[in-house]
Design a protein around this ligand. Structure first.
Ligand SMILES: Nc1ncnc2c1ncn2[C@@H]1O[C@H](COP(=O)(O)OP(=O)(O)OP(=O)(O)O)[C@@H](O)[C@H]1O
Ligand SMILES: [Mg+2]
Length: 465
């Protein structure tokens, strides 16, 4: 069986509590009112009885029955009075009139006493306690009255109280219904949202609502979903990376095998070509010979790249002036680019900056980044190199004015064999980052707002005084 929820429980408890309270208070109120009204009513009837007894004294003394009847008749006109009887001292009825009223009936009696003197103050007489029984007793007055009026009034009051209590309980129930709904609704909503998230709607977020507590709950729930999202994205990226690395590793092994296998035949082709050139006295300028030599050189450098990436040489670190080293590298590039419209802007401080590096490896690594920058620029624009030596680090910024790097590729470009160039091997940056890691440095890249890419190399230095 489904258990009742918080909302229903709060409502039921409130309803029962309010009903019990209002009914108890109502019953107490009715009871007190009943007692009060009954005593006032009885007081009134006994007052009337004593008033009649006082007035009947003379009529009894002179035995004037008409007068007594008139007095009794006056009293009978009172709404609740059913019968008025006046008796003489022997208990004989000397006046007795009645009217038809439904019960329940009660009787009140008052003695008719012979007073020695008559005081004018009726109130005084009425309030005075009756004298000792028998003393001056000349008769008595009996008033029969009906309590139906007061009973009806009390029943009407009871019904009013019941309605009032029920209305109060209903109103309280209604108020608590809305209060409890506003308390419980955000929790129910959150539960529903959690169910939808569990079903796969991962974009869904809880609405914060207006109550501070449920707002906190919703925000915590959303934060949890955000962090789950981030975790899932990271996992997906890690999976993708692993898959890529696995295939790269396989590709790498295969490439290495081919490189090894091609290296020896290439050497044989190269020496055979040299022999042919010598035997047939062919000049170096022969077009076919030049083509063959160019292609052999290109294949050779490709194989060298593969092999140097797969089996990096042990670095031989030396203290060198890296600023001077970079000037040399740039000079090499200036020579290589003769005839190219691409300009080189170098900002290399003239002061030396000493670092413990392998100059050959650094030359090749920086060379690869520069080569990419020239390739990105095509045959126009500026490639600029800015070097600085600060905070125990040597910084080299290389920026170009090419297309920049697509955002989906930017985190892949340092992986081996990643290339977007038809003749590229995808090893240039992988090699550069390998070398920079060997020097405990870092390499990073970003696209410039003005266009083009900016590569930054940071290498820790040791200043030699
Ligand atoms: N300056 C740059 N501007 C735009 N894209 C770049 C830049 N440098 C590198 N890249 C991108 O990164 C890829 C990887 O570069 P990397 O140097 O490793 O290999 P490659 O240049 O393609 O081939 P290789 O260097 O072996 O000739 C490039 O194919 C290119 O897509
Ligand atoms: Mg390259």
């Amino acid at each position: 069986m489904k258990k009742p929820g918080i909302h229903f429980r709060i409502l039921l408890a409130t309803f029962l509590l309010i009903s019990a309270t209002t009914f108890t208070l109502g019953a107490m109120g009715v009871n007190i009112t009943r007692k009060f009204m009954q005593s006032r009513f009885e007081e009134r009837i006994s007052f009337l009885a004593r008033y009649l007894a006082l007035n009947a004294e003379l009529g009894i003394l002179i035995d004037d029955r008409v007068m007594l009847k008139t007095l009794a008749g006056n009293l009978l006109s009172e709404e609740d009075v059913a019968q008025v009887t006046i008796l003489d001292s022997n208990g004989k009825k000397i006046a007795d009139i009645s009217k038809d009223i439904s019960g329940p009936l009660n009787i009140v009696e008052a003695p008719v006493l012979l007073k020695e003197s008559h005081d004018e103050s009726l109130a005084f007489e009425l309030d005075t306690a009756p004298e000792a029984p028998g003393k001056g007793l000349i008769g008595k007055v009996l008033i029969t009255y009906s309590t139906r009026g007061i009973d009806n009034l009390l029943s009407a009051m009871k019904i009013h109280f019941i309605w009032l209590s029920a209305a109060l309980a209903g109103l309280a129930g209604l108020i608590f219904y809305f209060i409890s709904r506003s308390l419980v609704a955000p929790v129910t909503e959150l539960a529903e949202e959690a169910r939808l998230v569990a079903k796969g709607d991962l974009e869904l977020r809880a609405r914060p609502g207006s109550l501070p507590e449920t707002r906190k709950l919703a925000l915590a729930f959303n934060a949890m979903l955000d962090s789950l999202d981030r975790g899932r994205e990271e996992l997906a990226r890690a999976r993708e990376k692993m898959a890529r690395q696995n295939s790269l590793a396989e590709m790498g092994k295969f490439s290495m095998m081919i490189a090894h296998e091609v290296k020896n035949p290439l050497g044989i082709i190269k020496s055979s070509l040299d022999i042919l050139k010598k035997d047939f006295k062919l000049p170096d300028s022969t077009t076919m010979i030049r083509y063959m030599e160019d292609e052999i050189r290109r294949l050779n450098s490709l194989i060298e790249d593969f092999l140097s990436f797969a089996h990096p040489v042990r670095p031989s670190f030396r203290h060198v002036d890296v600023n001077a080293l970079l000037k040399e590298i740039m000079m090499g590039f200036e020579i290589q680019k003769v005839g190219s419209p691409v300009e080189i802007h170098s900002h290399i401080p003239s002061e030396p900056c000493h670092a413990r590096v392998d100059p050959d490896l650094i030359t090749r690594a920086i060379g690869n980044i520069l080569k990419n920058a020239f390739e990105a620029n095509g045959d126009k624009g500026v490639v600029s190199i800015t070097v600085s030596c600060q905070n125990d680090k040597w910084f080299v910024d290389i920026q170009d004015q090419g297309e920049g790097i697509d955002s989906e590729n930017i985190h892949k470009i340092f992986e081996p064999f990643f290339t977007t160039r038809s003749k590229g091997t995808g090893l240039g940056l992988a090699y550069a980052s390998q070398v920079i890691r060997l020097h405990n440095g870092t390499i990073s890249v970003k696209n410039r707002e003005e266009g083009g890419a900016l590569f930054r190399v940071e290498i820790p230095i040791s200043i030699i005084n």
